[in-house]
Write a protein that binds this ligand. Structure first.
Ligand SMILES: [Zn+2]
Ligand SMILES: [Zn+2]
Length: 326
């Protein structure tokens, strides 16, 4: 973000500067107007010196958290500061905190198939227990129903009764895949385990250039043949619908993306291999060819147009990172 560096503001953290603006707007509006201070990126840490006006709530948007573990999982080192930030917001805003979640975010997950039923259910249970006033979930129309459909179902169920999230996998599969619901449920469960290795560091297509990233991507890809076999079983079901067939290009795209990211992580970590890193960036760009033939009724306008734009951004980011030596 662009933060003020004037004499008065220089000592204020971004969260305090953001809240100052919110308070000023609240002051100018009618007292019953509800206003949200964004706790997002730079402003994720709670404000330190500025107190929220009574009509100002916080919108907590932990986009770069780890999605392999629930937000309150004490064993997840990545999520610990996010949980702390969330609970500090509850204190500073006297409970006026809403959560903005990303279980259907095709940009964060790079358009890959990412089922997150368990984490979604456990998060919502935690958010409720901790006292969040509301939770919303970013979606990208039909693309999210395709790549994250079970999560949308889990979110809808868990926003009423968190304990009902696990049933979302089956409910989603019965509705979308009809006769193939059983094998599709097994497929999505296995895919959820595979992708949990990947969704730990924020934007899927911006992996940290570390050897550990390459190793986790290796592990994820080692599970790919079994996941692929489960999808073939589902496709072989008598009366399997066109929706089942549409899952195969999505899995091809997802695995091609992971393979390119694995290549990039291997090339960028340690002794850098420039040619291999460039090759990986090109492979990441090429991966979207798997989605090209999928009907727009399945992938939506986001899959038809926006995915290509978003992907080009990530390919350029990886190339720029290489040039910057990061
Ligand atoms: Zn200033
Ligand atoms: Zn984690």
């Amino acid at each position: 973000g662009g933060w003020c560096a004037c004499e008065r503001c220089a000592r204020l953290a971004p969260s305090d500067q953001g809240l100052l603006v919110c308070n000023a707007v609240a002051d100018a509006l009618a007292p019953d107007v509800r206003l949200f201070h964004l706790a997002y990126h730079d402003t994720l840490p709670p404000p330190e010196s500025v107190r929220p006006a009574p009509g100002v709530s916080a919108e907590f948007a932990p986009r770069e958290r780890c999605y392999a573990h629930p937000l309150d999982d004490p064993a997840c080192v990545t999520n610990r500061p996010y949980r702390q930030a969330f609970e500090h917001h509850l204190e500073r805003f006297a409970g006026r905190v809403h959560v903005f979640e990303y279980y259907g975010d095709a940009i964060l997950f790079g358009g890959c198939a990412v089922p997150l039923v368990d984490v979604c259910g456990r998060d919502l249970e935690y958010y409720r227990r901790a006292g969040a006033r509301g939770v919303s979930c970013l979606t990208f129309g039909r693309y999210s129903l395709w790549a994250h459909g079970a999560n949308i179902e889990a979110f809808a169920r868990a926003s009423f009764r968190p304990a009902e999230a696990p049933a979302a996998r089956t409910a989603h599969c019965v509705r979308r895949f009809g006769a193939a619901a059983g094998p599709m449920t097994r497929y999505l469960t296995a895919l959820e385990t595979l992708m949990a290795r990947v969704v730990t560091y924020g934007d899927v297509k911006l992996p940290p250039a570390r050897d550990a990233t390459r190793a986790t991507l290796d592990d994820a890809l080692a599970a790919a043949p079994e996941v692929r076999r489960l999808l073939r079983d589902a496709a072989a079901t008598a009366r399997a619908s066109a929706s089942v067939a549409a899952e195969e290009p999505l899995l091809d795209y997802t695995l091609a993306t992971l393979a390119a990211l694995r290549q990039w992580a291997a090339a960028a970590a340690g002794a850098r291999d420039e040619a291999a890193a460039e090759h990986a960036a090109t492979a990441l760009g090429d991966a979207i060819r798997h989605v090209a033939s999928v009907p727009v009724e399945v992938k939506g306008s986001w899959g038809a147009y926006d995915l290509e734009i978003a992907n080009a951004f990530y390919v350029a980011s990886l190339r720029a990172r290489r040039a910057a030596g990061g």
